[in-house]
Design a protein around this ligand. Sequence first.
Ligand code: ATP
Length: 242
Amino acid sequence: VRIVDACGSTNAEMMREARAGGPGGQVLAAEVQWEGRGRLGRSWHSGLCNALTFSLLWRTESPASALSGLSLAAGVAIVRALRRHAVNAQLKWPNDIVYEERKLGGVLIEVQGAGHESCAAVIGVGINTRLGAETRRRIDQAATDLTEAGGNIRTRSDWLAAILIEIAAVLDRFARAGFAPLQREWDGYHAHAGRPVELTLPNGERMRGIAAGVDEAGRLLLATGSSTRAVMSGDVSLRASA
Ligand code: ATP
């Protein structure tokens, strides 16, 4: 584990490391990150020492196509760690950690190495520990932090250790059997279980339905009238509907 004072994006650094052939199992954490990324080119905001921002380089024998459920698996690991330390966190499909409907953190997976051979995945995690007013102003949705959520760990290093322990266990499992053995646990943490949601697809099309959980590959099961559709995360955004 390497902790640096400042970094543009820990994911970008670890992707460089992946391309350069660096070993798996490395973690890079930053006290402050000024170009944190979300999905779809969005930004992840954080200020000096007010969040846990780190990325883990994971090398796997599996091809990139087998990693579709990896961000959900990482979410399971994070929720396990947070719940162990008094934060009753939940998961919003596909990649958010939430607490009482407010966003606490997120996971961003980037993969290096396409095709059928083994590949490297960079698992990026951002979790708010104590949001400052300035960071809050920049976030355009309801957000919260581990302090507000009642977490009983005080230092970011201890949060990092607690989360890495769970991620290591989940990755062992994922390497052997993929997302399937974690599916039921994910469903148990699902913030929108049985609730009406609206999905926005990459072409702007909207789909409404009831969020019925996820399947063995981590696709969202959306019940619409008489049928249930399995939706790949890809570039899809989910919001609760009224
Ligand atoms: P989706 O449902 O499509 O995943 P998302 O809003 O969760 O949407 P992400 O790409 O996961 O999108 O995360 C980026 C978004 O998260 C930003 O557009 C912003 O709304 C929000 N955000 C950015 N920084 C923070 C933060 N520190 N805490 C909470 N939310 C944040």
